[in-house]
Write a protein that binds this ligand. Sequence first.
Ligand SMILES: [Fe+2]
Ligand SMILES: [Fe+2]
Length: 173
Amino acid sequence: MSTAKNNEEIPNAHLHELMVKELQDLLGAEKQLLLGLEKMASAAVDDKLKAAFRLHCQDTENHIERLKSAFGALGLPPRGRRCKAMAGLLEAAGEIAAEFQDSPALLDIALIAAAQKMEHYEIASYGCALTYAELMELPEVTLLLGQTLEEERQADELLTEMALAGINQAQGG
Ligand SMILES: [Fe+2]
Ligand SMILES: [Fe+2]
C-alpha cells in the first residue's frame, strides 16, 4: 500500500508507511482531543485552568490544519483514524472528573494530570513522525510537525506550572 515504493530518491523511503500511519493516528487523536478539551474546560473549577484548556483548543485546531498541510505535502488526502489511545485517555479523564466532582481543589489537579497524559501521547507521536520526516528528508513536513511538537511541549509545561500552583493552594501554602 506504500506510495513511497515508487519514489526511490527519498532516503529511508521504507519509513513512509509508518509515518503516514502516525499522521493518521495523530489527526484522529487531535480531533478527539478537540472535543475532550471542551469538556475538560467545562469540568474545571479554576478560571485560569478553564482558559488554558480553551486556549489549547485553539492550538489543537491549528494542529489539525498543520496535519492536513502535511498530508498535502505528501500528496495524500488528509485521512484520520480513530485513535484508541486518545479515546482511552479521554475516557479516563471523564471518570476522574466524575470521581472528584465533590472535591474542587483535587478535581483541577486530577484534570491537569489527565490532560498531561494526553499531551505526552501527542509529544511521543509527533516526536516519532518528526523523526521519520527528518530521516526521509522532507523539509515541509519536518517544519510543520516541529512547530506543533514545540506547542505541545509548551502546553505540557504550562500544565505542570498550573498543577504546582494548584497543589500549593490545595494545601493552603
Ligand atoms: Fe495537538
Ligand atoms: Fe496538545
